[in-house]
Design a protein around this ligand. Structure first.
Ligand SMILES: N[C@@H](CCC(=O)N[C@@H](CS)C(=O)NCC(=O)O)C(=O)O
Length: 224
């Protein structure tokens, strides 16, 4: 399998399937296309008749694009790794929250883009009402997962207990909240610590820090 991604520092959609595959122990090669610095992504997209977006997974002759479609494909290909929770209630919640991330949280995503190298203080940034609503929504979701996990006797550190697709879908949120000094809730903070401590997240961070490409419009995000 080959996973086509972009900048580790900035590409939040790339992180999701990459982290899922690493944590699940799925073997893959990676191809990194720095789309703002050369034409390789455009050429790749034209070759496969795709929009010029990553991530894309190549498996045998199959081309799978879009983070959620890739996650679903992997869940189907590796049923023994339980990429979605095995409990039906937790799975339904995980699927709903994953879809919500895929199509929502626009204010947080646009105002505070993922930037693993950034270390800012919230006091120096503009937190709009729309961003605050997204942060409140995260807190409500984390409370809902905590209650669902308790009901289903699965008390691990991740959203549904064991790491699953929903944690991968929210992984960039961890870098956003951490990097811009934002606050969500105690339940969120416990999850964030567990995510940050994952060896795969540390591997991603080290690679992001080693990258020399920069995108100034993202480096200045959130500032007044
Ligand atoms: N809905 C898509 C979003 C993919 C996306 O927007 N990827 C960004 C990178 S994080 C991209 O490829 N941008 C290329 C560009 O802006 O030229 C998914 O879930 O994979």
């Amino acid at each position: 399998m080959e996973l086509v991604i972009a900048y580790k520092n900035y590409s939040s959609w790339s992180l999701r399937p990459w982290l899922l595959m690493r944590v699940a122990g799925i073997d893959f090669n990676e191809r990194l296309l720095p789309f703002a610095h050369n034409n390789d992504l455009k050429d790749f997209a034209a070759q496969h008749d795709l929009p010029a977006r990553v991530p894309v997974l190549l498996d045998q002759k199959r081309v799978i694009w879009d983070s959620l479609a890739i996650a679903e494909y992997l869940a189907e290909q590796f049923p023994e790794r339980a990429l979605w929770p095995t409990d039906v209630t937790l799975r339904a919640l995980a699927r709903s929250a994953s879809a919500e991330m895929h199509s929502g949280f626009m204010a947080l995503r646009q105002t505070f883009p993922m930037n693993c190298r950034v270390q800012k203080q919230a006091a120096a940034l503009v937190i709009t009402d729309a961003v605050q609503r997204d942060l409140n929504r995260l807190a409500a979701l984390w409370a809902r997962f905590a209650a669902a996990k308790a009901d289903h006797k699965d008390e691990g550190a991740f959203l549904c207990g064991a790491f699953s697709i929903v944690d991968a879908m929210y992984a960039p949120v961890m870098w956003r909240v951490r990097g811009y000094g934002l606050t969500v809730s105690d339940e969120y903070a416990a999850w964030s610590e567990a995510m940050y401590a994952l060896p795969a997240m540390q591997e991603w961070l080290a690679a992001a820090q080693a990258e020399t490409w920069s995108m100034p419009q993202y480096d200045q995000a959130g500032e007044q």
